[in-house]
Design a binder for this molecule. Structure first.
Ligand SMILES: [Zn+2]
Length: 266
């Protein structure tokens, strides 16, 4: 009997478009596919990078763009970027709006300005019928309150770092929770416990490469090819079969982001 041992994985959050991958992006992509990472979602962070990300996704199979304005880069966004987002979404139809959200951890980021930017982008996502990729640090309750006001069709709370109760509230709003490299560190007790206790249908995998590197590559650039290590950590934490978890997390990612077709092909 033939046994399939390579998982079919989706990296739901990977900044493959950034400079850190310029020297060897094709090789990284080839090694990722070899490792079973067949689909990669590339979130947008600022308007001037959208076009390159869209071009990258159009040129290779299995790459899916999201477009958005990241809260941490608040001072790089221009007045008319939200209007530009609306236009770009209309013309290019990315799989999601993101990454967007609220960051109360980074010092000196104007919270009112973040809130206005976040709400404006949520409204764009709602009107376009697209899911959103959320970046949330120390602001889950504020984000959940905002989601209650501006209803969107769900999405992913990326690099989830909230409580089980907060996770439950995201699930009620049609969201999945993203887990990645943090799971590979024993000391991440709280996040590992949340990943253990959540229902399986709520979990998606991500690397957030080039950030949040897995424990075995500490100090190096993170890469989507390490996603199987995140899967292994999730399997260990939940005491479940890795291949079954791979199938479930891929199903979850496809259902929330609609990744069943190649992007950019009709
Ligand atoms: Zn990100």
């Amino acid at each position: 009997m033939h046994m399939i041992t390579t998982p079919d994985l989706v990296d739901t959050h990977c900044h493959l478009d950034v400079d850190a991958f310029d020297p060897d992006r094709d090789e990284v992509l080839a090694r990722s596919r070899q490792a079973g990472v067949r689909r990669i979602v590339i979130p947008g962070v600022e308007a001037e990078h959208w076009e390159a990300s869209l071009a990258l996704c159009a040129a290779a199979a299995g790459l899916y763009p999201a477009l958005g304005l990241h809260p941490v880069y608040l001072d790089r966004h221009a007045e008319n970027d939200v209007a530009a987002l609306e236009t770009a979404i209309d013309r290019r139809r990315p799989v999601a709006v993101g990454e967007i959200g609220l960051d109360y951890f980074v010092p000196g980021l104007d919270r009112d300005a973040q809130q206005a930017l976040f709400e404006a982008q949520l409204a764009v996502a709602r009107d376009a019928g697209l899911p959103v990729l959320l970046h949330v640090r120390k602001a889950h309750d504020q984000v959940l309150a905002t989601l209650r006001r501006v209803g969107v069709r769900g999405g992913i709370a990326h690099a989830f770092n909230g409580s089980l109760q907060q996770a439950q509230k995201y699930l009620e709003r049609g969201f999945k929770l993203g887990f990645g490299g943090t799971l590979t560190y024993e000391r991440s007790r709280k996040i590992r416990a949340v990943a253990r206790d959540l229902p399986l249908e709520s979990i998606v995998l991500e690397t957030d490469a080039p950030d949040i590197v897995v424990a075995s590559h500490r100090g190096e650039r993170n890469s989507p090819e390490y996603l199987p290590e995140c899967l292994a950590a999730l399997a260990e934490v939940r005491d479940e079969d890795a291949l079954a978890l791979a199938a479930a997390t891929t199903r979850n990612a496809c259902s929330v982001l609609g990744l069943d077709r190649q992007w950019g092909q009709s």
